[in-house]
Design a protein around this ligand. Structure first.
Ligand code: GLY
Length: 260
């Protein structure tokens, strides 16, 4: 099945909770400033909305510190959605809180039941296939359950590997158009993007790889000027959003929305 991987009419976001100060993180880079995070989130939502898409904004969930990262809760495809089963125990309960909204948007909704685990941040949907990176959060059983659900619908799932040192597959890559991927060099050398045109983040700017193409814009974290210039030279309309606070809890542009 082929479809556009960057043209969307809708997105779901969730307001950051004050409890995001307790969000999961691999390393301590300080406590997120919630008032700055709220400003950045509002800028992100306004930028999505500027493309003409309808943005469904959900309220904060204080019981779930990482719930601003809605992308991990579901995979939204053209004609159906699949509710995920996060590998982080503190995030498992987020899915039930997202499910009612997903049901209002999709006629066909599936659910990963387990025992495997899979998080949306490990899934890169291109125009021709669904790449799923095994990681500390996504295991082979989770990938197989997703494959069983979407293969009869015409989707091709390809299992790849998230580099050991990063949280999610999409921490290090994003879709720029139907044939172009923005990737760190460390991920590209794994060979998982054969057949695609790949643009690299600049040296020292790996964190710029967690970007999103959303209609006419590429939203990327601010502070990575060489990668931003490279994207502009390649004809992309780049919007830079401050991400310093979400970055402290290992979150980026893709984590902050479900796009469909
Ligand atoms: N803090 C984002 C995550 O670990 O899921």
């Amino acid at each position: 099945m082929t479809h556009s991987s960057y043209q969307f009419t809708r997105a779901i976001t969730r307001r950051p909770a004050s409890s995001a100060t307790n969000g999961l993180r691999a390393e301590d880079h300080g406590t997120p400033d919630i008032s700055q995070m709220l400003k950045d989130h509002a800028h992100y939502v306004a930028t999505l909305r500027e493309t003409g898409a309808k943005i469904i904004e959900l309220p904060a969930l204080e019981d779930f510190p990482d719930s601003v990262f809605v992308e991990d809760d579901a995979l939204c495809l053209k004609d159906c959605a699949v509710l995920m089963r996060p590998g982080a125990p503190s995030r498992l309960g987020e899915v039930a809180m997202m499910a009612p909204t997903i049901h209002t948007q999709f006629k066909q909704v599936f659910q990963i039941k387990g025992p495997g685990h899979i998080e949306g941040g490990d899934i890169l949907t291109t125009s021709r296939e669904i790449l799923v990176g095994k990681s500390a959060r996504t295991d082979a059983a989770g990938v197989e359950e997703l494959r069983t659900i979407v293969t009869p619908l015409g989707y091709k799932v390809r299992e790849v590997q998230t580099p050991a040192e990063i949280l999610h597959f999409k921490t290090d890559c994003s879709i720029l158009d139907d044939n172009t991927i923005l990737s760190t060099k460390r991920l590209h050398v794994s060979g998982c993007f054969e057949g695609y045109r790949v643009l690299h983040t600049s040296d020292g700017e790996d964190a710029a790889a967690n970007a999103i193409r959303f209609n006419q814009f590429v939203l990327m974290p601010a502070g990575f000027p060489n990668t931003a210039s490279m994207l502009r030279e390649n004809g992309f309309e780049v919007r830079e959003i401050n991400n310093t606070e979400c970055a402290k809890i290992d979150g980026g542009m893709s984590c902050l929305s479900l796009r469909f």
